[in-house]
Design a protein around this ligand. Structure first.
Ligand SMILES: *Cc1c(COP(=O)(O)O)cnc(C)c1O
Length: 415
């Protein structure tokens, strides 16, 4: 059953299967494959099936498509084709970027790495591993705003620092970091700068040269491309570390037969997103603002992350006295599909490390709701959320012993 393919960018989703339209508000977790990307991919899932490493005509046709996509993607981020390595997505890109910088640093006797406390786990867990291998890791505070400044980065840089890794936009609270300023500081200090741009690609401008970025991670499924494909930009002159050994694909730096259809789909999807970036940001931003204003009226709640320096589509709240998971289940019953934080944290009992990093106490962090919008969402979606979220919060608070204690004054409200 196929539904919710975007058939055009007119802000009105064309639904192929009839019936109740789902209200999908989890675009930070993943997005639907766009019709544009699907159409671009189909020939490479059917008739053009050659292996790009083969010398015969079908192989060379696939190779040509691969290199056309590489050139297009490179241009879209201000890089050159040789600086682009295709891979399986954001997690692999983050791993390879950090390993690359670590190996580069170690050769020069530099084993100190700076990052932030609210990076994606693909970064944080790789840093933990590098820590066990002898690197010293400094995680910068992101404050209640969910922002880190270039001056704080500058102050943390030491003579033995090899890498700064700061994400462009946070996947849970949507805050946007000043990466051009951070990039300038790193370039001045001779330190490599990696940014996880998975949430930013297609939504915020990327120009690796102007922003002084050395390593940058992108994943296709966050901007209506297919899952399981991404790219890593690595600035010319920095030797890329190899994670996957094998054949000579990707200039010997990432073995394995290329995901040709996926790569072609990624290029088509990013082209589409970049071409409509401003109009989408204005439209999605207006939906976001309406949601922030409306949900902010619920008593004892707080918006997570800076109000202004945030992605056009990100709404993240904490509601005191409830469990985020229960809220999600109630909303799911109403056909509203949201998230409590990142997809990777859902299902675990630990509160989100991002919410803890911005100083939310455990009790409060448990009551989180993340709504991530996209150009396919509508005013009706926003109205449904503004109807059902306050209803669900009230209902859950009515059943919550914690809430009763708060109301009776036996415990103090934190929000
Ligand atoms: C989704 C995401 C990733 C992981 O990307 P995958 O392609 O799912 O591996 C990494 N970083 C951020 C910020 C993300 O949002």
């Amino acid at each position: 059953m196929l539904y919710c393919y975007r058939t055009e960018w007119n802000h009105k989703r064309k639904v192929i299967n009839m019936g109740e339209r789902p209200i999908y508000l989890d675009h930070a977790a993943t997005t639907a494959l766009s019709k544009t990307a699907l159409d671009a991919m189909l020939p490479f899932l059917t008739e053009v099936y050659g292996n790009p490493s083969s010398l015969h005509t079908p192989g060379q046709k696939a190779k040509e498509a691969l290199e056309t996509a590489r050139e297009a993607l490179a241009t879209m981020i201000g890089a050159t084709p040789r600086e682009i390595t295709f891979n399986s997505g954001g997690s692999e890109g983050d791993n390879q970027a950090l390993r690359t910088a670590a190996i580069w640093g170690k050769k020069q006797g530099k084993t100190h790495i700076i990052s932030t406390a609210f990076e994606h786990h693909a970064v944080l867990h790789t840093l933990e591993q590098l820590g066990r291998e002898g690197f010293e890791i400094t995680l910068l505070d992101v404050h209640e705003s969910g922002l880190v400044s270039a001056e704080e980065v500058r102050a943390a840089i030491r003579p033995d620092t090899c890498l700064v890794s700061v994400m462009y936009a946070n996947n849970e609270i949507g805050t946007v970091q000043p990466i051009a300023e951070i990039g300038a500081v790193c370039r001045e200090k001779g330190v490599l700068f990696h940014t996880d741009a998975v949430q930013a690609a297609g939504h915020l401008p990327i120009d690796v040269k102007a922003q002084n970025v050395d390593l940058l991670t992108i994943s296709a499924h966050k901007f209506h491309g297919p899952k399981g494909v991404g790219l890593l930009y690595c600035r010319k002159g920095i030797p890329l570390a190899t994670l996957v050994e094998g054949g000579a694909q990707e200039r010997g730096k990432r073995a394995g037969t290329e995901n040709v259809a996926g790569i072609v789909g990624m290029a088509a999807a990013l082209r589409d997103a970049v071409d409509h970036m401003e109009e989408n940001a204005a439209y999605v931003g207006s939906l976001r603002d309406k949601l922030i204003e409306g949900l902010g009226k619920i008593p004892h709640c707080a918006l997570n992350g800076d109000r202004d320096a945030r992605l056009p589509g990100n709404v993240s709240f904490c509601f005191e006295g409830i469990e985020g998971e229960s809220l999600l289940l109630l909303l799911d019953m109403k056909g509203i599909y949201a998230s409590s934080g990142s997809a990777c944290t859902s299902g675990s009992l630990e509160p989100s490390h991002v919410l803890l990093a911005i100083g939310r106490p455990h009790e409060v962090a448990h009551g989180s709701l993340r709504l991530t919008l996209d150009a396919e969402n509508t005013e009706e979606d926003v109205n449904a959320v503004l109807q059902w979220v306050p209803w669900a919060v009230e209902r859950l608070r009515g059943m919550s012993p914690v809430w009763q204690k708060l109301e009776a004054g036996e415990e103090a409200f934190l929000l």
